[in-house]
Design a protein around this ligand. Sequence first.
Ligand code: ZN
Length: 311
Amino acid sequence: MTSPAFPHPRSRPLTLPRTLLAATLLLAAFAPSHAAAQAEIGHTTIVDNTPATPPAIHTVEEETRHIRKHSLKRLNDKLTVEATTLELGCKYESDIATAPPPMHVALTFDDGPSPQGTELILGLLKKYNIPATFFMIGEKVEKYPELMALVRASGHQVIGNHSWDHPNFHDIGAVEQGDEVLRDEAVLAADVTTKLFRYPYGNSSCETNQLVRARGYKIVGWHIDSCDWAYDKTGSVDAREAISCGVLPQYRDDYVGHVVSAARARKGGIILMHEIHPNTLKKLEQIIVAMQADGFIFGSILDADFQPSLR
Ligand SMILES: [Zn+2]
């Protein structure tokens, strides 16, 4: 199967003036800090000197740089590439077009296990009796067995496959993509009752969609990007990053406000967070409290009402 099983309403071609305006704004915003970014009128190109294959176990800073790069590329693609072309290439399977169950939210934490995050997050989930899903990177699973033991001991937390070492699947061949899935599957085999896969950076391919579905996986994207990676150490997002991740101006210094506002806009849904990002670790409790006060109910992506949102 070479076409995605769901439409991408957000990736419909924009009207020309808006497309040019948005692309120009985007590129103008990024130009000062991305010397290699280039704009060509009518044909937009973004060049980034980040290596295609990231090193194993990257630092938070390295990983943030990669997420930023891929977030920018995704936005650029959606502004400049025909929606049908993106759909035929199965490139952004992780964008969930399906409406979430009203006012239900499901937390997901990617890129662990991590010494800085796993235990803290588990403690908060236990305190508030909230389920979550952890999309684990195989090489870290192997490196931190004691953290995996904590997640396993927590009982009701769900574990999913997030590849072996988190490459961009748009940069590697189908065979290598398959290896990434299967190596992580091998170290997670004992943990997985329902097979769930999340693409690194949300960057998908037709070949791997086919592979994981044949192996019984559901592909898990997100309705709400917390943009935890975009907020810096002081808890702020600069104007460039805000454009890239869709943070409204009034929330540029308010990570909690951004997540709650984004959840309100989608009326619930699967929330993407990263257990390696300091803003999530610092603010998760406030987010939980604020969302509960706002009437959101925390559930699991395995709940029946989230099934239509899985692929
Ligand atoms: Zn990731």
